[in-house]
Structures are given as C-alpha cells and as structure tokens.
Design a protein around this ligand. Sequence first.
Ligand code: UTP
Length: 300
Amino acid sequence: MADHATVKKAVIPAAGLGTRFLPATKATPKEMLPVVDKPAIQYVVEEAVSAGLDDVLLITGRSKRSIEDHFDRAYELEEALAAKDETERLAQVRESSELAHVEYVRQGDPKGLGHAVSCAEYHVGNEPFAVLLGDDLIDPRDPLLTRMIEVRNARGGSVVALMEVDPEQVSQYGCAAITPTGEDDVVTVTDLVEKPVPGSAPSRWIIIGRYVCDPAVFEVLRNTPPGRGGEIQLTDALKTLAKTSPADGGGVYGILFRGRRYDTGNKLDYLRTLVQFACERSDLAQEIVPWLRKYLDTLP
Ligand code: UTP
C-alpha cells in the first residue's frame, strides 16, 4: 500500500434550499425528512461511522436547529420515557446522540455544494476527507465508502462514486470520462461534464453523492468561479483536480458502484425509497406488503 494519509473525517453538507421539496422544506431541511422512522441524515451518519469515520462535520443552513437537536440528548423526552419504562424507545432516542462526534459549521449563504465543502476547511485541515450528501442514501449491504477509502489509501488523489444510467438520463447529471485502471471496479477519471448535451456524454457513468477528497480541493475551490445555476460546483473543482498532477494533490479515481442507492432529495425518488425501506423492514413488512398489493389492485 502506498503511504497516503488515511481518511478520518466525514463532511455532510445539509445546507441546500431543497426547493424541489417545497413546501415540506420551508422550515425543515430535506435531510430531516423521515425515511420510515429515522431522518435521512441519520442513515448517512450511520454509514460514515460504519466506514470508520466517527468525526463528523455537518454543514448546516437556515433551519439547522432540528438537525442539531436530533444529534443531541433530549433530557425531557428521555426522562419521560424512562419514567414509563419505555426502554426500547429510550434506546432509539439516545442512539442518534451517541453515534458519532458531531460538529457543525454554518454555510451562511447557500452558494452551492462546492462552497458548502469549502466551509469545512478549518475543521478538516490538511487531511483527506469524505463528503456524504445528506439526502443520498447508500444501502448498508453495499459498503461503497469503505471501498472508496481503500482506493484513496492505495492510490492517493480524490475518489468519486459513479453509477451507470440509461443514455437518455445522462444529461440530468454530472458525467465522467473514464479510462480503465486494471482493477475491475476502479477507473481513472479524465474529465467531468456537468449535464452534458444529449448525445455528447463521454460515458453513461454519473457522479453520485459520495466523495473522498484530497485537501488540495480547498485551494481549487477558492479559485473555482460560480458555474451552473450561479453556484460553486464541487464537480468543477474535481474536474480541475482530474487534470492536476498527483504531486500537487491531483488525480481523480472513480468507483464503479453497482449497489443500491436511494435518492431522497426529490419527491418521486423519496416516495420510492419509503416504500422500499418499509417493505424490507422486518417489523413492518408483514403488514405493509399485503396492504400494498391490495391497494395496487384497486388502482385503475
Ligand atoms: P442539491 O443539488 O440537491 O440542492 O444539493 P438543494 O438546494 O439542496 O435542493 P434543490 O435542488 O433546491 O431541491 C446537494 C447536497 O448539497 C447540499 C444539499 O443540502 C444537499 O445535501 N448543499 C447544496 C449545501 O449544503 N449547500 C448549498 O449551497 C447547496
């Protein structure tokens, strides 16, 4: 294994405006919307912890209170549950406050994902770090982040997660130009194209919400002008790093992820995620699955 600093910190941006989910996101961050009985962001923190990263920095925005409260103790509630001997519920309430060491930084103005990541510089310092989008869930049975950290440790540089989509969908995402490395699930990213014009995409592999970044990304972000939507884009900074020499912190690798990913940032995918999670939960499946079958039969 090459001698590269390992990843210890996770950065979870959750300061976006969530306009695709209004009005639910008027006073609640979309990352706090429940997936069955836990907010989406708790699954994301759990994923970071299972990959060995229990130093978690959350980038929060205007309605950050509910996020802070969720990862804090809730004494009144805990006392009330203890007094009623509700031990299982008490454990559930405590779980989120005991998961990880969580700190917060506020992104005053939501100027894009790249800008949100640059707010982490003081906390992260000169170390590689993981970025997990708070509205993007990866199934715990498919340990993507662990694999990304392995690849960073072996090769240095930055690592993005890529998923293959149908050709007609590519133009909705950031798309990667890739070349093989000799390892089946690892590619070198030679270029990144944000929302390519249909027919001009360099591949069918799109970037999803997991990154391992070399700290060189902070300097690049400082020099990255606002891109699509007037926002500072993390994709633009990674595109620069893909063309930078490894001696200067450059080099971007892609993991070809073929596992299960759930997007909770838009209404339709959120609903799909809810139904899937509910149908797979041992405490709910027995009732929800037959109900769903019956309900579908009533539809025209
Ligand atoms: P999105 O691209 O989903 O944007 O952000 P958004 O603003 O949250 O939602 P829409 O498009 O208006 O519905 C991807 C991730 O980056 C975070 C979001 O919270 C989300 O986790 N983000 C985005 C920030 O933290 N700050 C920003 O300025 C923008």
